[in-house]
Design a protein around this ligand. Structure first.
Ligand code: NAD
Length: 449
């Protein structure tokens, strides 16, 4: 990212603001074509994947080049150092980010990721996808994403708290209930959101708690947030199965990634009558054509460290699990899992993306040529951000909704989003991802006008 930043700083951008004192760099509209070229040079660049998706939707919509350029430019990029005193008395600094992509439809919304691979490319892509996601489900929010380049497993609890509070100290003047509302993402959780909202309150005096979502229930969190992503994905599956004339009973499902999203989805799917025939985690997978009980498999994972220690089924690698016989394949782990190398081997009729970015653009083309329906991440996993929006709404109204109220509000939102995407797919004869992008981009462009 050094090259990119140097370019940004040496460019005489009219709108650029650079505050050395706070070590926050705020740059408006900096992603010129040179910058986009830089991102595009990166192999499997998440941002370049996102821009390819945007280009294909924009082409179908017949959007003006000026509008497309504007959509590609995040409103603000914040890049800063977080200095910290470590437990052993040493001083370290960590690189923090917040990309505020679009607020045309409402305050920026999106998680904060703590991971060693966090960089500006990844955060920019995720911020763009958040803008798309909130538009697909038609909630009054925009898109943003943040992060810190750090392996949080190397930090003690007190260091993790300092880092979380440090991120807020750098960003407090740029976030707020009506400006930017962050949430948890990879390696961040309700405890971290509680520290962050407390730090924000100390700095600004704001007591609404609506600046962060994904908080614990005791600190203003929402019922149902923990299971919302799996629940939302399940509603999308039900709609897609119906639209394709398939049946629930006995339809087989493989889930790659048996964490929060994958596990809760698996439990709901099995109760509804789907047969879960394969699951995996970071250590590998198991496959049993007779069906697996997700709750029993999770018990084994918790007690023995991995799903591979479950008593039945054959053991497989994560590569192999993707290529097994099944009707529905659910990537629920990481980015870039279905690629040009393995897409031809996928046997499922539906790929239901609970993970963010699991399918590369090249794989999308291959899957669509095989008439495999990919229910895209920006639709399928949007239940999480929708319940985050409910949390924000509850905080601002000083209300607390029951879990059944939350899901009663979530279901029609997910089903309406599916219908809009399905209708666009039929009308324009495009795959579901392009259809979702078209629906979202049109809504953002309308709001920009
Ligand atoms: P998690 O950490 O709870 O679970 C991830 C699971 O994936 C774990 O079981 C882990 O062992 C497994 N895993 C890691 N590497 C793997 C590999 N190479 N192959 C197979 N499995 C592997 O995370 P989560 O919250 O369930 O998130 C999973 C995905 O869903 C991420 O892409 C995330 O961005 C996306 N997502 C989650 C939410 C949410 O609310 N949890 C919302 C939107 C999107």
């Amino acid at each position: 990212m050094g090259v990119l930043l140097q370019w940004m700083l040496s460019d005489g951008s009219k709108k650029r603001k650079h505050s050395v004192n706070t070590a926050v760099i705020v740059i408006n509209s900096v992603y010129s074509n040179d910058c986009l070229d830089f991102f595009n040079q990166k192999h499997m660049s998440a941002f370049s994947n996102a821009m390819q998706q945007l280009d294909s939707a924009a082409k179908k919509l017949g959007l003006d080049a000026v509008v497309v350029k504007k959509l590609k430019e995040p409103n603000y990029v914040h890049e800063f150092e977080i200095p910290m005193a470590m437990d052993d008395g040493s001083q370290k600094t960590f690189k923090g980010y917040r990309v505020q992509c679009s607020n045309a439809r409402g305050p920026y919304k999106g998680g904060i990721r703590f991971h060693s691979q966090v960089d500006l490319d990844e955060v920019s892509a995720l911020a763009f996808w958040m803008a798309i996601k909130t538009a697909v489900v038609n909630i009054p929010m925009g898109g943003g994403k943040g992060g810190v380049s750090i392996n949080p497993k190397e930090l003690s609890q007190s260091e993790l708290e300092k880092l979380s509070r440090g991120w807020v100290q750098k960003m407090a003047q740029h976030i707020g209930p009506n400006i930017d509302v962050p949430a948890p993402d990879v390696n961040t959780n309700p405890q971290i959101m509680d520290w962050m909202v407390d730090e924000y309150e100390k700095i600004t005096g704001d007591t609404t708690r609506a600046t962060f979502t994904g908080k614990s229930l005791e600190h203003g969190g929402s019922e149902g947030r923990g299971t919302a992503t799996g629940q939302g994905g399940f509603y999308v599956l039900e709609e897609l199965v119906r639209a394709l004339g398939m049946h629930t009973d006995g339809t087989t499902v493989v889930i790659q990634g048996f964490g929060n999203a994958g596990y809760h989805f698996g439990v709901l799917a099995r109760v509804a009558g789907y047969r879960i025939v394969g699951v995996s985690d970071s250590k590998g997978g198991i496959y049993d054509p007779n069906g697996l009980d997700p709750e029993a498999v999770m018990k084994t994972k918790q007690e023995k460290g991995s799903v591979i220690n479950y008593e039945s089924g054959i053991k497989l690698t994560n590569k192999e699990i993707l290529e097994q016989e099944c009707d529905v394949l659910v990537p629920a782990a990481l980015e870039n899992q279905i690629t040009a190398e393995n897409a031809t081997n996928i046997k499922a009729k539906i790929v239901l993306e609970l993970a963010n970015g699991p399918t590369t653009p090249e794989a999308d083309v291959i899957l669509w040529s095989k008439k495999i329906y990919v229910a895209p991440d920006v639709l399928t996993n949007a239940g999480g951000v929708t319940v985050s929006y409910f949390e924000w709404d509850q905080n601002l109204k000083n209300e607390h909704w029951s879990e059944s109220e939350v899901f009663a509000k979530l279901e029609p939102i997910m089903k309406d989003a599916f219908k809009a995407v399905w209708d666009a797919h039929k009308q324009h004869t495009v795959d579901l991802r392009t259809a979702a992008l078209m629906v979202a981009v049109q809504r953002i462009v309308d709001a920009m006008k």
